[in-house]
Write a protein that binds this ligand. Sequence first.
Ligand code: SAH
Ligand code: F3S
Length: 462
Amino acid sequence: MTIDFPKRFLVETWGCQMNELDSQRLSSQLMQEGILPTSDPQQADLILLNSCSVREKAAHKAYSRLGEYRLLKEKRPGLLLGFCGCVAQQEGDQALKRVPDLDFVIGPARVGELRQILRQRLVGKRVVATGFPDAAERNYDMDTLSREGTHKGMVTIIEGCNKKCTFCIVPSTRGPEQNRPLDDILSEVRHLLDFGFREIELLGQTVNHWRDPATSADFAVLLDRVASLDGLDRLRFVTSYPRDFTQEMVDQFARHSNICPYLHLPVQSGSDRVLKMMGRGYATELYFDLIERLRKSRPGIALSTDIIVGFPGETEQDFQLTLDLLSRVRFASVYAFKYSPRPGTAALRLNQPEVPLEDADRRLQTLFSLQREIQTKINQALVGEVFEVLVTSLGKSAGTLTGRTPCHRVIHFEHDTATSYIGSLIDVKVERAYPHSLIGSTVLPGWPEQIDRSRSSLPIVS
Ligand code: SAH
Ligand code: F3S
C-alpha cells in the first residue's frame, strides 16, 4: 500500500512540561514539512500520542488512547499513527507488537528525528527510535520551534535524570543527564524574548543540577545570566532538587526581581525514614533549612511541592510527619499522589509491606483537606493586595480574563475582552479568595498606558 504524504496532524500530550515542549518540537517539524495542525482527529491524517509513564494510570491511558485511534484507522487506513513519549521509550519494539498497525515509535531523546522517521514510513519502514544519543547528536531545532501560547516560552536546559529515587521511572524513560551549553541556552532565551515572550521557564527533571559542559558554570550563574537579559519580565524554572539548591542559587531570588517569587520544590515525604527508603538523599532538616533561607532571600515567596502517600512501609506515624511538614511549611499548593509501583524501579525490591489501598486513599484525602484549609487561609490573607498579572487566557464567563500573579496564583477578573490582552501585564487587586484561585478587579481603568513596565524587568543588583 502506498502511503500519502499527510496534510493535517494532531499531537495529543500527556504528562509534564518536558512533554509539552517535546510536543511543540514535534509540531514544528511537521509544520516545516508543510503539514498543518488540526484539533479534530477526524481531519488528521497523522496522529502523534505523546505519552507519560510516571504513574501506572497514565501509562494505561496511553494504550487505551492508542486503541481509540486504531478504530479511526480501521475506517481510514491511510491515517498514520505515531507513539511518542515515555511509555513509547519504555515499550520500544514491544509497542509495534502490541499495536500492529502503529506506524512508528519515538522516545523522548529522539524527538528531533521525526522528519526522517516520517520519510522512512512513507517508503514502507516502521521505525522504532528509542534510546539516548549524546546531546551533540540530538537535534534541538530550537530556532524553528513553533511555540504555543503568547506569553510563556519554555527552554530545556538539562535532559534526563541521574538521581535514583526508588519510586521513579523517569531515569529509565528519559535517560542519563545531558546538559545544554550555556551559550545555546542564552541565545534561545534571547530569541524568545525578541519574539515577544514575557515569561521564560527553564526546564529539567533536576533543573538546578545543570552545569555548563564547557566551563562547569552552575545553575546560579545561569540564573544570573538569564535574569539579566533585557526585556525578561518573569523567569521561572522547574523542577528543583532540594539537595542541589546552593546558597548562591537562593541569593538570586534577592538579586533579581524578575525571578518569580515562586518555587516548586518536591519533598515527597515528611518522614526521614521514608525519605531514606525513597533514596532521596536528604532529610527533612535540610528541607526546612533551605525553606528558611529562601524566605529570607525573598520574603513572601510562594512554595509548592510534590508528595507521595502510601509508599511501601509508610506507617500512620510517617504519614503524620508529612501532615506536620505541610502545617509547618504552609505551601501555596501541593501536588499529592498515591504511590504507584513502576516496572524496573528499586522500590519494588525494598521488601516493605504494601500500604493497603483504602489506607492510601484515606491518607490522600486527609492530606488534601488539610492543605485546602491552609491554602484558603493563605489566599484570604491576600485580599486587598495588588498584583501585576500576566494574562494567560480569556476567562470562563464572558467579559473576564484569567492570568497568573508573579507567585503563580490563578486570578480571574472582569475586563474589556474586545481587545486581546493575552500576554499582557495588568495590575489587579484581589477582591475574594478561594483555595485554588483568586478573584480580582483591575486597578487602573486607563490601562495599559499607565503601567510602569520597568518595575518588573529591572534586576535589583546589590
Ligand atoms: N523531577 C521530576 C519529577 C518527575 S515525577 C519533575 O520534573 O517533576 C513528578 C512527581 O511525580 C514526583 O515528584 C513524584 O511526586 C511523583 N511520582 C513519581 N513517581 C511516582 C510513583 N511511582 N508513584 C507516585 N507518584 C510518583
Ligand atoms: Fe525521578 Fe527523582 Fe529524578 S523523582 S526524575 S529520579 S529526581
